[in-house]
Design a protein around this ligand. Structure first.
Ligand code: SF4
Ligand code: SF4
Length: 71
């Protein structure tokens, strides 16, 4: 089972990168600052690091947008 981030749901808040993924599989691939000062993070799950432990998917607080999906 592969875990991915659904780009259509992702808010680019960056919260998932700060959570406690045991493999540190969440990586920021791009960072942009909006005119209002808000920073948006484009994030992915590194498929080579993710061990499909299910922790990020099963904890509702991990991603506020529920953008982490089993692919
Ligand atoms: S926590 Fe969810 S909404 Fe925020 S960047 Fe990560 S995947 Fe996207
Ligand atoms: S399934 Fe586990 S190893 Fe994979 S990204 Fe989520 S918390 Fe990290």
């Amino acid at each position: 089972m592969v875990y991915k981030i659904n780009p259509e749901k992702c808010l680019k808040c960056g919260l998932c990168v700060t959570q406690d993924c045991p493999e540190k599989a969440f990586v920021v691939v791009d960072k942009a600052t909006e005119n209002d000062g808000l920073t948006l993070y484009t994030v992915k799950i590194d498929e080579h690091k993710c061990t499909s432990c299910d922790t990020c998917f099963s904890h509702e607080w991990w991603c506020p947008a529920k953008a982490i999906v089993k692919g």
